[in-house]
Write a protein that binds this ligand. Structure first.
Ligand code: MGD
Ligand code: MGD
Ligand code: MO
Length: 667
């Protein structure tokens, strides 16, 4: 028996980007653990990723290329074909389209793997060389990203580890125990050292359970709460005038806006009490150091970009940035200066062309309405039929018989079910990659632990072979994964060290904005223009709609899934049980709905069927439809995106999944 250990990196879309230790016995992975030596991972993995071998060796892993033999509207049927046949046919189809208009070819990808090599490296080269349509990758973080950029000039924030030294931590729009477990370790350490933890979230999450205080505001009202806190900072003169004068532009304008938000008005807008606003302001202003951990949960509403702007300004007003354990963090990805995406994706291959850009968050409308039409769709690292908003339209778009769809996948997802060709892709245990993180600030390397399973090929290899079949001869299409990885970074990253140790920290300042120095053109934080933007769908902003659909629905992540990944891993799905909608006892009673009833959440867009859980985790007026189930593993082939809509955020053109009104009735 031969046993060896391989160093890896978790590929999933999560701020933690853990360092992995993979145990291989007789050429089979038997264990995936967190590396004890890596500071942020400290030997611990979430339940999901510790089941990575179960996912990789899953009986339903795709191991051969498949070709569709049924229509797009009947039950999907596929036959196995050879790689040569699949690639030749795909290349012929794409070539014919490209000869007319390469912009009718649409790539669709997101962060199924966050790897820089298996992400957009070889794929980006292919699309750029062809002149295919571009994709605006907005589905997760672009509202908050735009909010941070407008305020600080970039996606920047505190060191995760310095949260351990804070005396007050506000966990704002984040269920950290579910979605950012290794941050929670630092928050817990702060709590043991006497810090107060406050959670701001419409849902009483497992994280809220463990905080000292939970403020259950209505979804999409965070901007109003931030303005209310500013109101109290002004009225009580809890401002750091020196910091504001030196490092903030536009404060007089924002100050006027904040003065219009006394605690009573905030309370009415947010559905909380005025005392909660006053108490939170007092805690925030009078505790040093005070740190805010935002997550993307709060920016999936119409005003998401502005909400992030307003919250990000709070530490500028109190001078919390003066301390390494004070300030705020939403994303740390702006510290990744050594990452050189252009080396990988080669936008120079566009040679001056500017193909149209399609927003991934409105793929439903794009497939049904774009002019000229999308004729071919190549999907990798994403499951849009499950995760994109307003799935009735997404499904309809994918069902177009005149659409040629290729899906690179590990499994027969809802999206793969609607493909013309399904190509088997390798998992993180079978390919090489390099990673940055949006939580901590280390760069990681993932070594392949075993050979590809069956006939699976890595994304890079599939795109290499597709480029060859399309007759593209640029030498960049022959580069190996090693060569791609080596070009991903500037010389600040020592590839030899990365190979040997598995990770390398980026040099970033301990208290980055203690003396200002934001990444804006003049180095000052920008406050002008930030304001509360109400939801598209709420009782206050759309009373007629709310009369028909009185419940706000949010659809935050289920702990044992990662977006729609892992839903097909039985041991994890068994923990989640079945799709559920959490509802407050008062809302259930007024609808005469008992716990455990099969219910439908519906609106003009669609109907989502799930089991009702009468629960203290839901506040009155808000239902929680935990995401994101595969439609075909859900009830009546539906999931929560049946009811979400395709309208976009105030900044960043992002989706507004949590800005959604429904009614709930027995199914
Ligand atoms: N286990 C697990 N981990 C994950 C993910 C997953 O699906 N499962 N997803 C990953 C991804 S893709 C991302 S982007 C990251 C971050 O993923 P996020 O989706 O940001 O996850 P959370 O940090 O849990 O934030 C969601 C929280 O925001 C709350 N929320 C909803 N609406 C509002 C609102 O209007 N205001 C406020 N204040 N709170 C609101 C929800 O109730 C929920 O508790 O996590 C990653 N980690
Ligand atoms: N209602 C609602 N909808 C949401 C959200 C929500 O909170 N509520 N969250 C949104 C957010 S934050 C995000 S980020 C998106 C995420 O949406 P997606 O990025 O689509 O994420 P996943 O659903 O995890 O699907 C990723 C797919 O990539 C595949 N994959 C993984 N690695 C590889 C690989 O190496 N090669 C190939 N070819 N495939 C691979 C996996 O098998 C998986 O099926 O969903 C969004 N949708
Ligand atoms: Mo995300």
């Amino acid at each position: 028996m031969t046993t060896r250990t391989v160093f890896g990196a978790c590929p999933h879309d999560c701020p933690d980007t853990c360092a992995l230790q993979v145990t291989v016995e007789n050429e089979r992975v038997i264990k995936v653990q967190g590396r004890a030596e890596h500071p942020n991972t400290h030997g611990a993995l979430c339940t999901k990723v510790s089941r990575y071998p179960e996912r990789t060796y899953h009986a339903e892993r795709l191991l051969h290329p498949l070709k569709r033999v049924s229509s797009k509207t009947e039950a999907p049927r596929f036959v196995q074909v050879t790689w040569a046949e699949a690639l030749a046919d795909i290349a012929a189809r794409l070539k014919a389209i490209a000869a007319r208009d390469p912009q009718a070819i649409q790539p669709y990808s997101y962060a199924g793997t966050m790897g820089l090599v298996q992400g957009e490296a070889m794929a980006g080269r292919l699309w750029n060389a062809l002149g295919a349509a571009r994709l605006d990758r907005t589905i997760c973080a672009s509202a908050g990203g735009a909010g941070l950029a407008a305020t600080y000039g970039h996606k920047l924030g505190m060191h995760t580890r310095h949260f351990a030294g804070a005396k007050l931590i506000i966990i704002w729009g984040s269920n950290s125990i579910t979605s950012n477990l290794h941050f929670w370790t630092y928050a817990n350490q702060a709590r043991r050292d006497g810090a107060k933890l406050i959670c701001i979230d419409p849902r009483r999450t497992e994280t809220a359970d463990k905080c000292h205080q939970h403020i259950a505001l209505l979804p999409g009202t965070d901007g109003a709460l931030a303005l209310g806190l500013m109101h109290e900072l002004i009225r009580n003169d809890w401002l750091d005038h020196d910091y504001i004068e030196r490092h903030v532009d536009g404060w007089p304008e924002l100050r006027e806006k904040a003065l219009a938000w006394p605690p009573e008005r905030v309370a009415a807008t947010c559905g909380i009490s005025a005392d909660e606003v006053r108490g939170l302001a007092r805690d925030y202003a009078t505790t040093t150091p005070a740190a805010i951990r935002m997550n993307y949960g709060l920016q999936r509403v119409r005003g998401g970009g502005n909400a992030v702007r307003l919250i990000a300004l709070l530490p500028c007003l109190t001078g919390a940035w003066r301390h390494e354990s004070g300030g705020a963090l939403l994303s740390a990805s702006g510290w990744n200066a050594p990452f050189k995406s252009a080396n990988l994706e080669r936008p120079d291959l566009l040679a001056g062309r500017q193909p149209r850009m399609v927003n991934m968050s409105t793929i439903g409308d794009a497939l049904l309405q774009a002019q000229p039409p999308i004729e071919a769709l190549v999907v990798y690292n994403s499951n849009p039929v499950a995760v994109a908003p307003e799935s009735p339209k997404v499904v309809k778009g994918f069902q177009r018989e005149d659409l040629f769809t290729v899906v690179l996948e590990h499994f027969m997802t809802d999206t793969a079910d609607l493909a013309d060709y399904v190509l088997p892709a390798t998992t993180q245990l079978e390919h090489l990659d390099v990673h940055t993180s949006y939580g901590h600030t280390d760069v990681l390397m993932n070594q392949p632990a075993v050979q590809p399973l069956g006939e699976a090929k890595s994304n890079t290899q599939i795109f290499r072979e597709l480029a060859a079949a399309l007759g593209l001869t640029d030498p960049c299409f022959s580069e190996t994964d090693e060569q791609l990885a080596a070009q991903a970074f500037t010389s600040d990253i020592d590839m030899a060290l990365l190979r040997e140790q598995g990770w390398q920290p980026l040099p970033i300042p301990e208290a980055p904005f203690a003396n200002g120095g934001f990444r804006t053109p003049n180095g000052r934080a920008q406050a002008a223009g930030a304001d509360f933007v109400p939801n598209y769908e709420s009782a206050a902003s759309a009373p007629e709609l709310a009369a028909r659909y009185p419940l706000a629905m949010i659809s935050p992540p289920a702990r044992n899934f990662l977006n729609s990944s892992f839903v097909n891993v039985k041991s994890l799905r068994d923990i989640e049980g079945e799709p559920i909608i959490e509802m407050h006892a008062d809302d259930a009673a007024s609808r005469q709905l008992a716990d455990g009833t099969l219910v439908a959440a519906f609106n003009d867009r669609g109907r989502y069927v799930a089991r009702l859980k009468v629960s203290k985790r839901a506040r009155p007026g808000v239902v929680n439809g935990l995401g994101v189930w595969w439609r075909k593993l859900g009830v009546e082939g539906s999931n929560v995106n049946e009811v979400t809509h395709q309208r976009l955020t105030d900044m960043g053109n992002a989706p507004t999944f949590y800005d959604c009104l429904v009614q709930v009735e027995a199914a």
